[in-house]
Design a protein around this ligand. Sequence first.
Ligand code: DAH
Length: 351
Amino acid sequence: MTVQEQLDDLRRRALADLAAAADAAASAAWEHAYLGPKGELTRFLRGLGALAAEERPVAGRAGNALKQELSAAWTERDQALRAADLDLRLAADAVDVTLPGRRPLLGAIHPVTRMIDDLSEIFALLGFQTVVGPEVETAHYNFDLLNIPADHPARDVWDTIHVETDGTGGDEIVLRTHTSPMQARVMERTQPPVRVVVPGRVYRYEAQDASHEWAFHQLEGLAVDRNITMADLKGTLAELARQLFGPERRIRFRCDFFPFVEPGVDFAVDCAICNGQGCRVCKGSGWLELGGAGMVHPNVLRAVGYDPDAVSGFAFGLGIERLVMMQTGVDDVRAFAGNDLRFLRQIARAA
Ligand code: DAH
């Protein structure tokens, strides 16, 4: 083999091996094998001295040129392999620190508030204005004007929470036990015709259980005009029942006593779940009791300055939590004020 042939052979093998080097370690081994102190090309260059004097310059130039070529090729290849190695290592060592996005908590309307809104809308269509009144009330409005005199046993019907006063006289202060005092407040400042509904919180001095809360919500209704009759009351409540529970609903009145109405009734709607046949929800009776109602007592009309011979009216009061319970099947009234988000989320969807 001539010197040139040796170099050509060396070049071919060196470049093929370099191309085959698959990672940084193989690249380092290649450099050691060809260009290192004991590498093949280094040995070739060292061996030039053994050649004939006239061969030496040509072989020397060719050898050095090959050394430059291989060095350049190796540098390039080595850098590429190192970069690839680094990429591999980075990919293998990578820790995913991205977090799933956090959904902001979306609030929802409380089921009691939603029911109040629904009721206001239904009654607005029937011509009733929604008004609200004070939760801290005087006995004058909570009882006296409603035909419930002091020291009369009828007061005991409402287990009352009293507000402490300085005892220097003035009226007894209570947390209103019902929304009925707003009947008197509205009539005092308005001349007939009157058509209002009054949603709001009421308070009772009462032990709590699944069907009793010490604070809950009512909606009061009052209509006073010429020639208002019990038929108007029944038609109004029947329409309410149909709006809330479906078009087939019927209303039942039974005699009841409330000092501020005469006659007084309790009213119920036939159970929409079983169509009045009797089921778990209506406890087998076929009826769901919604509240009390009646024709406004003449004493109440007189107490606010109305003439009972000229105008008449009806009034009703219904429990709002009870309505939501009937609509949703919730069976514990304490859940409404219990602040358990799981309950609120469920019922916000169900309602
Ligand atoms: N205020 C009564 C209560 O809380 C409910 C009620 C009954 C309201 C008859 C009325 C009514 O307006 O006519 O027990």
